[in-house]
Design a protein around this ligand. Sequence first.
Ligand SMILES: Cc1cc2nc3c(=O)[nH]c(=O)nc-3n(C[C@H](O)[C@H](O)[C@H](O)COP(=O)(O)OP(=O)(O)OC[C@H]3O[C@@H](n4cnc5c(N)ncnc54)[C@H](O)[C@@H]3O)c2cc1C
Length: 327
Amino acid sequence: MSLKVQIYGAGVAGTFLYFLLKQAGFDVGICERRRSPDCRCAWGITYNEAKALYKEIDVNLDEYVLVRPEYVVINGVAFKNKNVVIFDKKRLLEDLWGRMDLKDAGTPNAQHADILVDATGYERALLPKIENDRLYPTMQTVEKHDADENIYVYARGATGYAWAFPLGDKRWHIGVGEAEGNFSALLNGLREKYGFEVGDKHSCRCDAFVRLLPPSKCRPFIVGKVVGVGESIGCVSGAGEGNAPSLRCAKLLYECLRSGRLEDYERRVLKHFRWIENEHKFVEAVQQGRLWRALPLLPKIVAVESKRAVGHSVADVRALLKLILRG
Ligand SMILES: Cc1cc2nc3c(=O)[nH]c(=O)nc-3n(C[C@H](O)[C@H](O)[C@H](O)COP(=O)(O)OP(=O)(O)OC[C@H]3O[C@@H](n4cnc5c(N)ncnc54)[C@H](O)[C@@H]3O)c2cc1C
């Protein structure tokens, strides 16, 4: 008899896990509390990894790519973008939802399932709450601007940053995340630095949280028959990248369920996402002004991010160091 798996949350991790399990013949259900996919600004994704993973469930990521920005510009310093694309996450999720038997969150009878998957993102609705959780408030709008299609970032003091992501057709996601919800200085800084003027051009605005805590601090991952996946267990990098990590985490969970070795899950997640642990340690050390702790981690972070996302020449690393030392 196949294992009955009930997934809560049809975001990036939940939908991907659903199709992996379905294809492998599991008895799998999925429920969601929203009526349509979350449209929040989370549309940057590391292309190579996401492309390969989505291929496993017959999704061609290329059909959803909106823009391939040439540079990631941080506080005016341009880094060559290697692998980050902006994709239409909402449309991708809408298409996946259309192929699933998606139920309302209140519908499933938890008692009938062998495994309940908490794929509810920052909500972590099924697993116990995390002591000293770090949920960063964010806010973002969709605006029209005439600018080169790069990713623009403005940061000060390492407690958050503001961003502009090109969506094509002159549309931009303008957003900000800050530990205490102090948005205006960062947002104004971004607008001033790159010329994204304030106007009454918003076609959308939303507010959300992002969990900036590494997996090791989001344990337990498994409580009784509940298992967490994706952002619910901290699969978000120090810079707030959670899309590809959540897909990867879902794949790890799938492999453990398929091999009947769920007991390996926590160890495998912690091992795979060691780079996320390093990024969080780095950010925390910079926030605390402990540069002697942060700087030794930099080579490791640069090595990983150079492969995953953004190219770092020697000159880039020098520029990065200057940015960090300036605060
Ligand atoms: C403003 C912002 C910008 C971001 N930008 C990026 C980016 O550019 N690139 C990137 O890689 N990452 C980004 N992230 C992070 C990324 O969005 C998340 O880490 C990622 O979506 C996590 O995937 P997930 O499937 O674990 O959770 P989600 O994608 O959050 O999915 C969780 C789902 O669970 C549902 N849900 C919640 N509670 C319940 C419940 N009780 N029952 C049923 N369903 C429930 C939610 O409605 C949602 O659909 C950003 C985050 C924010 C907030």
